[in-house]
Design a protein around this ligand. Structure first.
Ligand code: ATP
Ligand code: MG
Length: 565
């Protein structure tokens, strides 16, 4: 694994090192991240962001943020704002280099005029369908457009009229005059401009012709002085076209380098599909904690460090592959284990009355904030006669290896005392509703002077002092490893991806948790406060991740039992 990492980081760096050796760019490294503002950023974008800003950083270069807003139909201000917010949160700084492709509309138009003037572009009147039909196939050449041989004057005139709004949507296009029998279909007289009478989120009604992505993209890079234009593999086939465009004009010619996009198991990454999940109310917005969006991961309790470490860990390769989502979760565990403050929180409570503890009294006990970080210090937590423990920490008829509470069994309460269970109280339905226990005052702090041992240590919360909260547990959003493969992805949604525990009890310090801090609830995982409140106005906490990889555990058990059979 480590080998792949070194190798993959080197693939783009090697190219840059080579360029620096020959002096191709005078040792300049200038990259950019070019999102289209038609959705929120997701974890795949984070990989691209980390890569582009990371390369600039490693070589003392620069990285721009450029909104590739050439399509007026799908783009919105909300997306622009969310992208800026998410990138800042991830920890990246583009200084004063925030650009919009729409700022270059005039320049892109002027370049197109140059192509027309030199006889390399023409106004075509085929319909979009006709253009598609005459394009040919991989095995057959395309058919030349009957409008292909217009004079430059005629083309200039028609193109100006297109810009002036004299024609309807789709009635004319500007096409590059390249080669209708080129083996690369992208080179068969591609469309450069189309007519679209639509308002743009930044240029309003100034334009009614809009550049095609392929025309705009390479030229935007050129205008900004980009040296290494890093993009995903699906643009490899478009590179000859970008190169052709740049070669026709007297402009800087950035070098395009393609890498494999990030695919994560049990996850979809298409913005169109993510938008559908939001629009059809399957999710509580783009920032639903189950979404693979940056805002969703943030709300879920992810840290920018974990996401950046993950991106670094998966690196950049030329091969398409599926990354196990567990690697993302492990990056978070690794980061939070080092720095998350520990607290006690009972998710699904069972009342325990300590019958030999004086009524109406309480005491403060020392608890360690983070055993992984000696500087994190201690805090005090209250202990009293009535406490809550986790329902799942009690069994009426426990098997031998269950080291938690059962009738007659003794356990340690974290930071407190040993308690022994003496009586089990049930309701009319026969459900256990309360335990009566006694505590041993000699065991304060968690050890017995007579040296007797207990195997189990439970977390707990003092009933009178508890903060009442709603806990939301999340599971995979999709039930299949590759939801994009075969059939409708919607059919593969996991119906149990959200579980709500409405009666959690948390230690008193959680009445006002620190903003954006993900805590470890001991034995239960990592949790962060949600901005919303529960329907009965309680604090809400989202579980970011469990302490251990429970899926691996389940799979392990399945394999083991399968092997036994
Ligand atoms: P669209 O289908 O809307 O174009 P997109 O995911 O390509 O979706 P962009 O806004 O164009 O969205 O992406 C911005 C940049 O992020 C591009 O350079 C793209 O290559 C990169 N990117 C997008 N998805 C991934 C991914 N899964 N892994 C790595 N990089 C990605
Ligand atoms: Mg794209």
């Amino acid at each position: 694994m480590t080998d792949t990492k070194t190798e993959t980081i080197n693939f783009i760096q090697k190219i840059i090192d080579g360029d620096n050796a020959t002096g191709k760019w005078e040792k300049r490294v200038h990259t950019r991240f070019p999102p289209e503002p038609n959705g929120y950023l997701h974890i795949g974008h984070a990989k691209s962001i980390c890569l582009n800003f990371g390369l600039a950083d490693k070589y003392g270069g620069k990285c721009n943020l450029r909104f590739d807003d050439t399509n007026p139909v799908k783009e919105e201000e909300e997306y622009v704002e969310s992208i800026i917010k998410d990138m800042k949160w991830l920890g990246f700084d583009w200084e004063d280099r925030l650009y919009f492709a729409s700022d270059y509309f005039q320049q892109l138009f002027d370049y197109a005029i140059q192509l027309v003037e030199s006889g390399k572009a023409y106004v075509c009147e085929l319909t979009p369908d006709e253009i598609r039909e005459t394009r040919g196939t991989l095995n057959n050449p395309g058919k030349e457009s009957p409008y292909r041989n217009r004079t430059a004057e005629e083309n200039l005139d028609l193109f100006s009229q297109m810009k002036a709004g004299e024609f309807g949507n789709g009635s004319k296009t500007l096409r590059a005059k390249i080669d209708m029998s080129h083996p690369n279909l992208n080179m068969r007289d591609p469309v450069i401009y189309r007519i679209l009478h639509e308002s743009h989120h930044r240029t309003g009604d100034e334009w009614c012709i809009y550049p095609m992505y392929d025309w705009a993209h390479g030229l935007e890079d050129s205008i900004e002085g980009i040296t290494h234009s890093v993009c995903t593999l699906e643009f490899e086939d478009h590179r000859p076209l970008y190169d052709w465009y740049l070669d026709q004009l007297d402009v800087l010619h950035p070098q395009q380098i393609e890498f494999a996009r990030l695919n994560l198991s049990f996850t979809i990454m298409s913005k169109r599909k993510l938008k559908q999940l939001v629009d059809e109310n399957h999710m509580d917005g783009w920032d639903d904690p189950r979404m693979p969006t940056i805002s969703g991961l943030r709300r879920r309790g992810y840290t920018p460090e974990a996401i950046r470490n993950f991106a670094e860990d998966v690196g950049a390769t030329k091969r398409d592959s599926m990354i196990d989502v567990i690697r993302l979760e492990n990056a978070l565990r690794e980061d939070l284990n080092k720095r998350a403050p520990r607290v006690l929180g009972v998710l699904d409570p069972l009342k325990v009355v300590i019958t030999n503890y004086p009524e109406g009294e309480s005491e403060m006990l020392d608890a360690i904030n983070n055993p992984e970080n000696p500087d994190s210090g201690k805090r005090e937590i209250p202990f009293s006669r009535e406490i809550y423990v986790e329902k799942s920490d009690f069994m009426e008829d426990p098997p031998k290896k269950f080291f938690r509470l059962g009738p007659g069994r003794e356990v340690r309460l974290r930071y407190a005392y040993f308690i022994t269970c003496n009586e089990v109280i049930k309701n009319d339905d026969g459900n256990v509703v309360e335990l009566h226990c006694t505590y041993d005052p000699e065991t304060k702090g968690g050890s017995a002077p007579d040296g007797r041992k207990v195997r189990g240590t439970l977390h707990w919360v003092s009933a009178d002092h508890a903060v009442h909260a709603e806990i939301r547990l999340y599971d995979r959003l999709f039930m299949e490893e590759n939801p994009d493969k075969g059939g409708d992805f919607m059919d593969k949604l996991n119906p149990d991806s959200l579980q709500i525990l409405p009666n959690a009890k948390l230690e008193p310090s959680m009445v006002e948790p620190q903003e954006s801090v993900t805590y470890q609830f001991e034995r239960n995982g990592y949790f962060v406060k949600d901005d919303g409140r529960s329907s009965d106005d309680k604090l809400v906490f989202n579980r970011a991740v469990t302490l251990r990889d429970t899926w691996a555990k389940i799979l392990n058990q399945q394999t083991k039992s399968a092997n036994r059979k």
